[in-house]
Design a protein around this ligand. Structure first.
Ligand code: AHR
Length: 512
């Protein structure tokens, strides 16, 4: 048995082992790194109905709102204790000009969103509206700068506009636009996906541009955000290698993007619902692949940044399916099923395992886009299974990770594809309680897990479980509670808990 921190992958797997042999041991005497709350960060881009309609209706709308933001959506998001929101993109960020999004809304230029759907972008949501949203949610802010069609001067002036408390012309313009005190910018990224939509660059070219930009984008003492460089994706770790070797100043994190695509092919990705079991298991496998990607990037960081100054920020991740029939292909609108909740939970467990370097992640995206928390249809709203997974994992925000070992894990297999059936993660919450998350990747079989607490005795466990009869069970506007968590408890005997994790299920409990 290998002892690891909260990971599914370095475990001993016994293919075909008898039922009841999976045992999980938590070691509370060896606390690991804190799971930064920003691992549960969100992403809202000017894309489809992700912002307009999905969240923003404007202050004059009949839809109940606060400062233009939908009250129903705000209320639901507050339950998730959203720690951080990334905005305005994504690919959109490299075409966004901040000056077009300030001042009276009726006077802002209407542009074409050439990145997403070719629709009119009214600029109704700009800097002030974004910070309103963050303040209403109590979330930290992650602003993505425009390196593509912008300039260092434009980014520097945006930073001054947001953060200066002087009488400078830009600070006074911010005041004229209704904001006296500076905004709090927690993170600032220089460009996005520089390898692709952000300019089709090489790592070396971007690295030089980053160093220059980060030198000139200034903020007052004590107000400088953490600076994020645009990194690589998938199996490409060249970006981490070049950036961490060459950038010695002004870089707090390197971003990384990875999307789970059931088929692994961008042209036909697979459907969000009505998929075969082969696409269930391939989705599990493709999700778990992020563990290896993080490992190889962290290895590079450990070599080039031994003092661990630089975080590995997975600022885009999640499922990406074929868009729903009849929707604008540029809107990336997809249904969200129980499979997405299991994918989210597997990712969380992996992120916890790498908490030392993975200090921020942002699921793509918050509302109506890709693996969303919330779907809306005009004034209606529903919570997705992914939302419920986030809600269940709230106690892991800023919790201290605890080592977990899994013995006798079994494989769930279909054809030539196999994945470990059980994933586990444990932490000591900020409330002092011990939390355990268990995921069963097998859509057909429950799994009995014995839970031990090293050096102590478990008495009972209380929490919630998320599962449903069908692999693609999902919520609709007609049946919004089709998939939702239920109360869950487990009893102990002889100091060990017996936890039955249902097929395709996620369990999060407080272990007493
Ligand atoms: O999340 C959708 C898009 O995916 C983002 O705009 C881009 O950064 C990525 O390719």
């Amino acid at each position: 048995m290998s002892i690891i921190r909260n990971s599914i992958l370095a475990i001993t797997m016994v293919s075909g082992a008898a039922w009841g042999q999976v045992s999980v041991t938590i070691d509370p005497a060896k606390p690991g790194p804190v799971i930064n709350k920003n691992v549960y960060g969100q992403f809202a881009e000017h894309l489809g109905t992700g912002i307009y309609e999905g969240m923003w209706v404007g202050p004059d709308s009949k839809q109940p709102n606060t400062k233009g933001w939908r009250n129903d959506v705000l209320g639901a998001l507050k339950e998730l204790k959203v720690p951080l929101v990334r905005w305005p993109g994504g690919c959109f960020a490299d075409e966004y000009h901040w000056r077009e999004g300030i001042g009276p809304r009726g006077e802002r230029p209407v542009k074409v969103n050439t990145m997403w759907g070719g629709v009119a972008e009214t600029n109704a949501v700009g800097t002030h509206e974004f910070f309103d949203l963050a303040e209403l949610l109590g979330a930290d802010t992650y602003v993505n700068g425009n390196l593509g069609t912008g300039s260092n001067q434009e980014m520097a002036e945006w930073m001054e506009y947001m953060t200066s408390d002087t009488k400078s012309t830009l600070a006074e313009l911010r005041r004229k636009n209704g904001r006296d005190k500076p905004f709090k910018v927690d993170f600032f990224a220089v460009g996005n996906e520089a390898w692709g939509c952000g300019g089709d660059m090489t790592p070396a070219h971007y690295t030089n541009l980053y160093k220059t930009a980060a030198s000139f984008i200034k903020a007052p003492h004590g107000a400088r955000p953490k600076f994020i460089a645009s990194g690589g994706n998938d199996h490409d770790s060249k970006w981490t290698e070049t950036l961490s070797r060459e950038v010695k100043n002004n870089m707090d994190g390197i971003s990384f993007h990875y999307y789970t695509i059931p088929t692994g092919k961008w042209d036909v990705k697979g459907a969000a619902t009505g998929f075969p079991e082969t696409e269930w298991i391939s989705t599990m496998k493709n999700t778990l692949a992020i563990d290896g990607m993080i490992r190889s990037n962290v290895k590079i960081l450990d070599k080039n940044d031994p003092t661990k100054k630089v975080g590995f920020m997975v600022d885009e991740w999640g499922t990406w399916y074929d868009v729903e029939k009849g929707t604008n292909a540029g809107f990336l609108y997809q249904q969200n099923s129980l499979r997405d909740a299991v994918v989210a939970a597997l990712n969380f467990n992996i992120f916890h395992a790498h908490a030392e370097r993975v200090r921020m992640t942002n699921i793509a995206q918050m509302v109506n886009v890709l693996q969303a928390m919330i779907l809306t249809d005009k004034d209606k709203m529903l919570l997705t299974p992914t939302y419920h997974a986030y809600r269940m994992y709230v106690p892991f925000q800023d919790a201290t990770s605890l080592p977990v070992s899994i013995k006798g894990n079994v494989n769930y297999s279909l054809g030539k594809v196999s994945v470990p059936q059980v994933s586990a993660s444990a932490a000591r919450g900020k409330d002092g309680k011990m939390y355990l998350a268990l995921v069963n990747t097998n859509p057909n079989k429950d799994v009995d897990v014995t839970v031990n607490v090293a050096g102590g005795a478990a008495k009972a466990a209380q929490g919630s479980v998320l599962t449903a009869p069908a692999m693609d069970a999902h919520n609709t506007f007609a049946a919004p509670d089709n998939v939702k968590p239920a109360a869950f408890s487990a009893q102990a005997a002889g100091g060990k808990l017996s936890v039955k994790v249902p097929a395709k299920g996620v369990v999060v409990v407080n272990v007493e």
